[in-house]
Design a binder for this molecule. Structure first.
Ligand code: NAI
Length: 667
């Protein structure tokens, strides 16, 4: 045995699991645990605990793609529950998935303060596979079981104790186990479930449908829970069958793909052996929406921050914006009132860039104008110490040009945050040709220490995310000209699982941004590329979007409503272009727009702008509301199949010739 050790003393068997990092229930562990259950027979009691920072925090996800190996987890769990020697579980850290299933099979549970309990299978598109959905309602009631299984919520020790999920909270688990004395209770699987209220179930289902944007696993978890009204063995059998079926589902594969991408992409192997500098003194230049957001993100992680503006009025505005953002964090319960006061007092907000002399990292977030940014860099080149890293938050400008005034460009890079910067997790880390790997490694470490997900991007118009967005919007506008309406396209993409469709999203951010992008690209646009002028026409009419009260939609408050004036504008446009309008089904719209995103993503990978498909997917899921349960456009395209993508691209090329370049993999 290697992962499980047993020491018997005074009739008590102390069973300890040691399978770092999180004691996952791998095949080997299940095997050893089952042997241990046999071995402790004859003892008065067995005490089950885990070494390291946590109790069992789930299954070994790397095994999920393979056929399940014996012994299966339900066998181990049942053996523990049915063991003549009763088990006492000592819990600390995270007790998740299979960990909670094992804990619920023990006769008693004692937890250290701060232990967290959950059935997060739903987060990877699964339901529990070892009786979790059947024991949780019996142990904790429907509401808490649903919180865990359907919403992936974690429960605290206090909640668990209050609802009888654990027997005791103790600082010293070992001592508590020695002192513990209670008669063996009825096994959880043999207890009655509380009465299941049909109205509660209907309401829960409706809430989950409203929230899950097409993801199936929250609802399937609710189904599985409801089986707990049948005899345990029956419910468990159905649970296991569905669990195994879901392991093969596209949804689970997609969610696991994102889970792994979040870990792999944000820690590139090429940077693994490079020493990263600790960046703790941060100077942000430009205290607008983005600069203040970045400053707030750094402050909330305890870094030293100075926010620099160009004049006194700018300082005042920056202070207001930063105060508003931090106050939001206070209202959401992220920080206390005193911490809020402290952070504001600690943050230097000043005119001019002198603070840059003591910075580890300077992040520029001034206006999106090359000359303004270059002037900032020319000054920083004089002020900042040689070791100070210089970053730009530009969305579209070429960082190589922004940093032209800097003599040593090995310390320069792009750090493209997303709005609101203190909340959104994505950061595109843009590498310069002359940039050093140390700079890159330090930037990755910095972004991770902010709790962000850094993704490396090369230089092109819009980097990874905005470049795909531009292609997607262009294709959506072609659809308008060819016969679809904004509300049809938006509804189709929402039904696909996106938070918003392309036109309502444009209305929200303001049409002038998209217009400015089109204007900027005018010079590079091939003469024979199809260009739909509808967006420009709306801008000429002053319909700049939600804030202007009208855009692709008309507005009642914030609610977008289809506008007959826009319909007429679109129909007239088609007529002027001699286009016979035709209808598009939701599936056709979804497939076409997915194909465009995947094609642009594939080109970005082929050009070396993104390091992998997973990097593209992470950007779209975390920066652009692409449904996580579809795994990102690359994963979704793969699930749909290359031939469908190629078909959609061919249709697009026919209606819009000379306007698309196909990625090699889709030719
Ligand atoms: P903003 O207009 O809200 O803020 C710019 C701020 O920079 C203003 O407060 C202005 O007073 C200040 N500023 C201008 N020139 C300055 C100078 N020479 N020295 C010091 N401060 C100066 O703009 P926003 O939206 O914050 O954007 C800033 C940068 O971030 C731009 O490059 C933009 O492309 C980029 N970005 C914007 C995103 C967004 O969603 N708004 C998302 C990601 C990047």
């Amino acid at each position: 045995m290697g992962l499980v050790s047993i020491a018997v003393s005074e009739g008590i068997a102390w069973v300890e699991i040691n399978n770092p990092p999180v004691n996952a229930t791998s095949t080997q562990l299940r095997h050893e645990l089952l042997l241990a259950v046999n071995e402790v027979q004859g003892c008065r009691r067995a005490v089950l605990s885990c070494a390291g920072r946590s109790f069992i925090a789930g299954g070994d996800m790397s095994e999920f793609d393979q056929p399940p190996q014996e012994p299966h987890l339900p066998d181990v769990v049942d053996a523990i529950e049915q063991s003549d020697t009763p088990f006492l579980a000592l819990l600390h850290g995270n007790v998740l998935g299979g960990g909670l299933e094992i804990a619920m099979a023990c006769a008693w549970r004692i937890a250290a303060p701060g232990t967290r309990f959950g059935l997060p299978e739903v987060n990877v598109g699964l339901i529990p596979g070892a009786g979790g959905s059947q024991r949780a309602p019996r142990l904790l009631g429907w509401e808490l079981a649903a919180d865990m299984a359907c919403s992936g919520k974690l429960l605290s020790t206090d909640t668990m104790l209050e609802h009888g999920g654990i027997d005791l909270i103790a600082d010293d688990l070992m001592q508590a186990a020695k002192d513990f004395d209670a008669p063996r209770p009825t096994p959880v699987s043999q207890r009655d479930t509380p009465l299941l209220d049909a109205d509660w179930l209907t309401e829960k289902r409706a809430t989950l449908i409203g929230r899950s944007r097409g993801q199936q696993s929250p609802l399937l978890n609710l189904d599985a829970l409801s089986w707990a009204i049948t005899p345990f063995a029956e419910g468990q059998k159905k649970e296991r069958a569905l669990h195994l079926e879901l392991r093969q589902s596209n949804e689970s594969k997609a969610l696991r793909h994102v889970f792994f991408a979040e870990r792999a992409v944000t820690r590139p192997t090429a940077l693994r052996d490079i020493t990263a500098a600790t960046l703790n003194n941060i100077v942000v230049i430009g205290g607008g929406l983005m600069g203040s957001g970045i400053a707030a993100a750094c402050l909330l992680k305890g870094m030293n921050v100075a926010l620099c503006e160009r004049d006194a009025a700018g300082v005042e505005r920056a202070r207001e914006t930063l105060t508003r953002l931090l106050d939001g964090a206070r209202q959401r319960g992220k920080i206390s009132q005193s911490r809020f006061d402290q952070l504001l007092a600690d943050c230097t907000i000043a005119e001019g860039y002198s603070a840059a002399a003591n910075a580890d990292l300077v992040i520029e977030a001034v206006f999106e104008e090359l000359s303004v940014k270059q002037n900032v860099m020319a000054e920083l080149d004089q002020i900042a110490a040689p070791h100070t890293l210089l970053a730009t938050n530009t969305s579209y400008l070429n960082p190589e040009e922004i940093f032209a005034p800097v003599r040593d460009r090995s310390r320069c890079l792009g750090l493209h945050f997303f709005s609101p910067a203190h909340i959104m997790k994505l950061v595109e880390v843009v590498a310069l040709t002359d940039g050093s790997t140390e700079t890159l490694a330090s930037a990755f470490a910095f972004a991770r220490s902010l709790g962000k997900l850094p993704v490396q991007a090369g230089i092109c118009d819009g980097f990874i995310g905005n470049r795909i967005l531009a292609a997607y919007r262009r294709a959506a506008e072609y659809l308008l000209a060819d016969g679809a309406l904004p509300q049809e396209i938006d509804a189709a993409m929402r039904a696909y699982g996106l938070a918003m469709g392309p036109f309502e999203a444009q209305d929200m951010s303001g049409l002038q941004i998209a217009e400015a992008n089109r204007r900027r690209q005018d010079a590079d646009r091939p003469a024979n590329e199809r260009y739909v002028t509808l967006g420009d026409q709306l801008c000429e009419m002053g319909r700049f979007g939600q804030r202007a009260g009208a855009g692709w939609y008309r507005y009642e408050g914030r609610k977008p409503l289809p506008d007959s004036a826009v319909t007429t504008l679109i129909e007239d446009y088609s007529q002027q272009q001699s286009i016979t309008r035709r209808s598009f089904s939701a599936t056709e719209i979804q497939t076409l727009l997915l194909a465009v995103m995947a094609n642009e993503g594939a080109r970005i990978v082929e050009e070396g702008i993104a390091q992998s498909d997973a990097a593209v997917d992470l950007v779209k899921v975390h920066g652009y509301g692409f449904p996580r349960w579809r795994g990102g456009p690359m994963q979704a395209a793969q699930a749909l199949g290359n031939s469908k993508i190629q078909e959609a691209l061919a249709a697009l090329e026919e209606s819009s010739p000379n306007s698309w370049r196909r990625a090699r993999r889709f030719t």
